[in-house]
Design a protein around this ligand. Sequence first.
Ligand SMILES: Cc1cc2nc3c(=O)[nH]c(=O)nc-3n(C[C@H](O)[C@H](O)[C@H](O)COP(=O)(O)OP(=O)(O)OC[C@H]3O[C@@H](n4cnc5c(N)ncnc54)[C@H](O)[C@@H]3O)c2cc1C
Length: 422
Amino acid sequence: MPSHVVIVGGSMGGLRAAEQLIANKFDGIITIVGDEQHMPYNRPPLSKDVLAAERDEQNSTLDHWHSSVAFRQRKSIADVQWKLGTPAVSSDLDSKTVTLADGEVLHYDGLVVATGLRPRRLDLPGPKSGRHVIRTLDDAIGLRGELEPGNRVVVVGGGFIGCETAATARTLGCEVHIVEPLAVPMIRPLGEEFGNTLRRVHEAFGVHVHTGVSVERAVACGDDSRRLSAVILSDGTRLDADVLIESVGSHPNVEWLDGNGLDLGNGVLCDNHLRVESRPDVVAVGDIARFPDPATGNIPRRIEHWCIPTDTAKRAAVSLIHHLNGAGEDTTVFSPLPSFWSDQFGLRLQGYGSPGDADHVSVLEGDLSNPIDDDPSALDGTVVGYYRGSQLVGVVMISPAPASARKYRDAIETSRAAVLTS
Ligand SMILES: Cc1cc2nc3c(=O)[nH]c(=O)nc-3n(C[C@H](O)[C@H](O)[C@H](O)COP(=O)(O)OP(=O)(O)OC[C@H]3O[C@@H](n4cnc5c(N)ncnc54)[C@H](O)[C@@H]3O)c2cc1C
């Protein structure tokens, strides 16, 4: 009997895992289970191009939007079996089975966990309509329908996705407020000085930024108790609102793995080869995988960047195939370079490494205090270095020239390599 690998999670991580299994000569059967109806698609455009796109008769269908963001289906995965629109609800890793919501039980020889994240929701009293998150294509299309010019939009959470969504809504002509509980937007990934510069960019374009406060309550319209009309902040401020976008973090989708004795605190704990603890027939990929990286101190962590589903899938496929073939352990150290980007008001932020690990920050090129007015390109070419002691652990650039991006990417690679060989 040919081996059977079940991949749970039909998005980028699941797709890349199937491609990598086949690229590494797995010749058994692969089944991908996904709870979304759609074939895998790219999420970064959801808070950028999909939200910003003009709406007209021709492009308003779900199929149109899906085809604009869908991943290319390579010929190599033509024989993969897809079970979409049916979530996995439970699993028994001793008997090697996964149970789907429709009652079907899948038996596997190898299992790939690729179920990613779902948005955290605010527990707010008040009306539920007008409240949005943005994780799926359906979320983005639902939100796009409410971003009409003049509509009042409150974005809770000043992280990358919250700030991107705020920038897009403002560009569409909405009146936009960001509500961030910390002192500065994007302070965790970028630090105080950079975060304050991006605050100035948002304010220059007319976004109102409220920091050090949270949303306490949603208020309904007088004539319709289900419709949102305002939110009340923790300092008592009232912000009129037609739309509330909750961008306040996420939960790993791990519940279907409950009862197997795994460490599921903040994702699925794996070893450096993406094997789930004491289960060499189970690997995890993408946003849900919590794995140690010797270049960043070996503390297991999840990384929510677009590059990670591909990098982890490459490593996890090799680990699983070694196990299924009874081959000895591949001891190659896995240390993927985190890389990320964000687009806001025409600025492209490009980052490498782990800026959040820094204990001090230094502007290496340009000037974060340059005046912006309505032209943020005054910041183009700025490069900020993030240091832990004397080690460069991260770099974030604003709209860098390609040669500069390569130079600083190389610098981070060199710095990480030095840790690995020390
Ligand atoms: C709006 C948005 C913008 C982003 N922009 C950027 C960016 O600019 N730059 C960047 O570097 N990264 C960005 N990212 C992050 C990047 O898109 C993610 O890191 C990547 O999508 C993770 O892929 P994944 O396959 O691991 O998880 P996911 O994409 O979350 O996929 C998991 C899949 O599993 C499914 N699933 C969940 N539970 C079950 C179950 N029980 N059974 C079956 N299926 C299940 C989910 O529905 C989903 O389809 C962005 C993400 C979002 C949401």
